[in-house]
Design a protein around this ligand. Structure first.
Ligand code: G3H
Ligand code: ZN
Length: 278
């Protein structure tokens, strides 16, 4: 169990390296994330978001599949519940044996974010579960991942002290679900946050950040890099190409297998970049 303990993330803080955290929607994503990490010989975080749970209608079946894949992997695989806005879902995840969750209350007013995150931390820590939370702009509202939003280092430090979270998602210039890699991150702010905050910093919306930007973000103090859209670009691009060449295809394995291979290659490439950013 220690091999897949989220303490891996804590121990990376300050190392100049980061771990990749990849969002899985379908079993093929999860298989590709684990296989890609095995190809790289590196630990990985396999994330299920609340949106993915909504898509499936419940957490348990997909979580069980991810947990079995993690147990069978030849590298450490941490199964993580991502962007949970609902405490009930977090309690369910803990009951299912998930040991790493993100509680996302960044769109709430600061005092509400603190109060609800604190309660989640108390519940999760009692069960040995690691908690990531998110802090957007002073004054809240836009969450952490609109392009213009920035996290204030002093407020971030106060938030971590007040809530006891194990990791903090910060707003430093990225935004979710970008289809091109042209986000410009505020490296100086990342460095100031890293000085101010005693827990690992998490970058969301990393698909919009060019590879050099990711290297610099890690060098300046980002420890966990969340990637979703990049994998879906690879998967859907491959599926589209196969179907364009073979209009009569019916068996989904014929297009999902190349899609899964494309995701696997992207995971390996990204993990290597994060583990050796210079
Ligand atoms: O929590 C998940 C990530 O922030 C994914 O963002 O789809 O823009 O890479 P992305
Ligand atoms: Zn995110």
């Amino acid at each position: 169990q220690t091999a897949t303990d989220p303490a891996i993330v804590r121990d990376l803080r300050g190392s100049g390296r980061a771990i990749g955290a990849f969002n899985a929607i379908m079993l093929e994503h999860a298989e590709a994330v684990v296989a890609g990490a095995e190809d790289a010989g590196l630990p990985v975080i396999l994330q299920i978001s609340q949106n993915a749970v909504r898509y499936h209608g419940s957490l348990a079946p997909f979580a069980a599949a991810c947990q079995r894949l993690a147990e069978a992997a030849t590298v450490p695989v941490i199964v993580h519940l991502d962007h949970a806005e609902d405490e009930t879902l977090i309690h369910q995840a803990v009951d299912l044996g998930i040991r790493s969750v993100m509680f996302d209350a960044a769109t709430l007013p600061y005092a509400d974010n603190v109060a609800r995150t604190r309660a989640v931390v108390a519940h999760c820590h009692a069960a040995g579960c690691w908690v990531e939370a998110e802090l957007g702009e002073v004054g809240g509202k836009d969450g952490a991942h609109a392009p213009g939003v920035r996290t204030d280092p002093a407020q971030a430090a106060a938030f971590v002290t007040a809530t006891g979270v194990d990791a903090l998602a910060v707003a430093v210039g990225s935004s979710h679900a970008m289809n091109s890699r042209d986000a410009v991150l505020d490296d100086d702010l990342i460095a100031r946050l890293r000085q101010a905050v005693p827990v690992p910093l998490v970058l969301h919306g990393s698909s919009g950040v060019p590879e050099d930007g990711l290297r610099r973000a890690v060098a300046h103090g980002i420890t966990k890099v969340n990637v979703g859209t990049l994998l879906n670009r690879a998967l859907t691009g491959e599926v589209r190409a196969v179907l364009a060449d073979h209009a009569g295809l019916t068996d989904p394995r014929k297009y999902l297998a190349p899609g899964r291979d494309a995701v696997r290659a992207e995971v390996t490439r990204t993990l290597r970049l994060l583990a050796r950013p210079r």
